[in-house]
Design a protein around this ligand. Sequence first.
Ligand code: HEC
Ligand code: HEC
Length: 323
Amino acid sequence: MKALLLIAGGSTLVYAMLAVLMGVIPGIELSKTPPGPGVEPLTPLEAEGREVYVANGCSYCHTQQVRPLPEDAVFGRPTAAGDLAYQTPELLGSERNGPDLSDIGARQPSAVWQYMHLYDPRSVVPQSIMPDFSFLFRVVAQAPAGVTPVPVPKPYAPAHGVVIPTHKAVALVAYLLSLKQPPIPGYQPPSAAAPSAAPPSAAPGAAPAFDAAEGAKLFSANCAVCHQASGEGIAGVFPPLKGNAVVLAADPTQQIHVILEGLQGANVGDTVYPGQMPAFKSVLSDAQIANIIDHERTSWGNHSPLATPADVAAERAKLKHQE
Ligand code: HEC
Ligand code: HEC
């Protein structure tokens, strides 16, 4: 009997000690991690949106942890403990059926896109397997004053009425847009530190060459969710690049400018689009932007002179100078 008590008591004691050592103490230590530079607490609306995110199981398919691995670089910089100071319990997630969302507010800052995508992911990403969250929206005959209906494209829109977000959808999108990784002073992403791949060299006087396969891949990864792989955009929401004046212009300066800095509220082909074009200056290198531009300039029936990484570098330097 005594031996039995000793075994039971002893193992309980060891278990309790391990729990304190490996769980409780590190937990207390971690909760003291101060917020990183630029990491802000959530607003009440964003905090509500976080609840909607949890309630709808977004974490089953999306992580919020960028690992310090080359394959994670597309999602942002590696996650630091200070990023999560106001995000407890953390929504790190473990499955990545969809992309990591740690920096989605920077990567996809267009609220219009987020609403369309939540209402029906297929309306912007035709091949998407993400379930729709249309139950976070309402279909009404007419949008009440002050509420902008979601510009759902025809095949996905209800037969009658317009789609408006419920309060839950508004909060969820506010939360998604708040997910931005503030830069860590002094941190150099490995790709920026390493010399970028040299552009294919061209003989002097020859037309500059570009990597067509790479251009198509980069366009598909960064631009197709709005402008679509067909270059036709989504009528009234995201402009077509097929036949677009800026893409057809011999001088690529404006096209480079738009990609580096983004664009909103401009008049493109006589339409002012409700969507927002994000800035790509901290996402894409000069060589990558030149490749994308040349993809646009040689696809969908477009034929215009190619741009080079040097053109992009020159425009980037000009913009830096203005800052
Ligand atoms: C069953 C898995 C699944 C669930 C659940 C899910 N998603 Fe997704 N999500 C995906 C997939 C796959 C993609 C990539 C295709 C696409 O863009 O639609 C994606 C893409 C996204 C994107 C675009 C990411 C980018 O980098 O372009 C956002 C934003 C997003 N999801 C938000 C959410 C939110 C918010 C929820 C919860 C309300 C959610 N997802 C639930 C699978 C899922
Ligand atoms: C979130 C959606 C979105 C994404 C992603 C996006 N764009 Fe755009 N783009 C837009 C919108 C919206 C406009 C029109 C903006 C306006 O009217 O002010 C636009 C405009 C443009 C224009 C035309 C500018 C003009 O003045 O005619 C070009 C060129 C362009 N985008 C290229 C790109 C490239 C290249 C990428 C990828 C690196 C990209 N876009 C990614 C939404 C997007």
